[in-house]
Design a protein around this ligand. Structure first.
Ligand SMILES: CC(=O)SCCNC(=O)CCNC(=O)[C@H](O)C(C)(C)COP(=O)(O)OP(=O)(O)OC[C@H]1O[C@@H](n2cnc3c(N)ncnc32)[C@H](O)[C@@H]1OP(=O)(O)O
Length: 161
C-alpha cells in the first residue's frame, strides 16, 4: 500500500536559484501574452530586494515547477511583480500557498505593506487577493495596452503589520 507521503506528492515552496529562471520564463509564457523571458527574469532576480518563490513537487517524486511569485521589497514596502501558476494546476490552492509564503517572509522581514496591480477583469486573481486581505487603494485606467479585458489596473494593498 502506498503511504500518503508518496501518493500525495507534497508541494514545496522554495527560493528560486538563477538556473530555475529559463523554466520559470516558460511558465510565465503559458500564463501571460506579454510574458517575461529569461533575460527579463534574470534582470529582476539580480535587483536588490527581489526574491522569487517557486511552488514545486519534490525531487524525489520528479521535480516540476507549478507556479512562482516575484516580490520586490524596498524600505518596508513590498510589491508583487508577478504571480503565475501553470494553467493545468490553477484553482488547486497553489497561488494561495505562494502568496502566503511570500507574506510570511515579508512579515518576518518587518515589511509594512504589500502592493500589487491587477487587471480589473481578472476574477481568479481578484478572488485570491481579496481572500488574503488585499483592499483596493487606487485605479489606473488604460494601464494594460494589450489587455483582453478593460485595460484598467486596480492597485491593491495588504497591511502586514
Ligand atoms: C500581480 C499580478 O501578477 S496579477 C496577475 C495574476 N496572474 C495571472 O493572472 C496569470 C494567470 N493566472 C494564474 O496564474 C492563477 O490563476 C493565479 C495566480 C491568479 C491564481 O492561482 P491559483 O493557484 O489558480 O489560485 P488558487 O487555487 O490558490 O485560488 C485562489 C482563489 O481563487 C479562486 N480561483 C482560482 N482560479 C479561478 C478561476 N479560474 N475562476 C474563478 N475562481 C478561481 C479559487 O476558487 C480560490 O478561491 P476559493 O478559496 O474561494 O476557492
Amino acid at each position: 500500500m502506498k503511504s500518503w507521503w508518496t501518493s500525495e506528492k507534497p508541494l514545496m515552496i522554495e527560493r528560486a536559484e538563477k538556473d530555475d529562471l529559463p523554466d520559470l520564463a516558460k511558465l510565465h509564457a503559458e500564463c501571460f501574452k506579454q510574458n517575461w523571458g529569461t533575460a527579463e527574469l534574470t534582470t529582476m532576480f539580480e535587483q536588490k530586494g527581489v526574491f522569487i518563490l517557486i511552488a514545486r513537487t519534490s525531487r524525489v517524486t520528479g521535480q516540476a515547477n507549478l507556479g512562482f511569485v516575484v516580490i520586490r521589497s524596498v524600505a518596508g514596502e513590498a510589491e508583487v511583480l508577478t504571480i503565475a501558476v501553470s494553467p493545468k494546476q490553477q484553482n488547486r490552492g497553489i497561488g494561495r500557498k505562494l502568496m502566503e509564503a511570500a507574506i510570511f517572509q515579508l512579515y518576518s522581514d518587518r515589511a509594512e505593506a504589500l502592493f500589487l496591480e491587477v487587471d480589473d477583469t481578472n476574477s481568479a486573481a481578484l478572488k485570491l487577493y481579496k481572500k488574503l486581505g488585499f483592499k483596493q487603494v487606487g485605479e489606473r485606467k488604460a494601464y494594460y495596452a494589450t489587455s483582453e479585458g478593460s485595460g484598467t489596473a486596480l492597485v491593491m494593498r495588504c497591511d502586514l503589520l
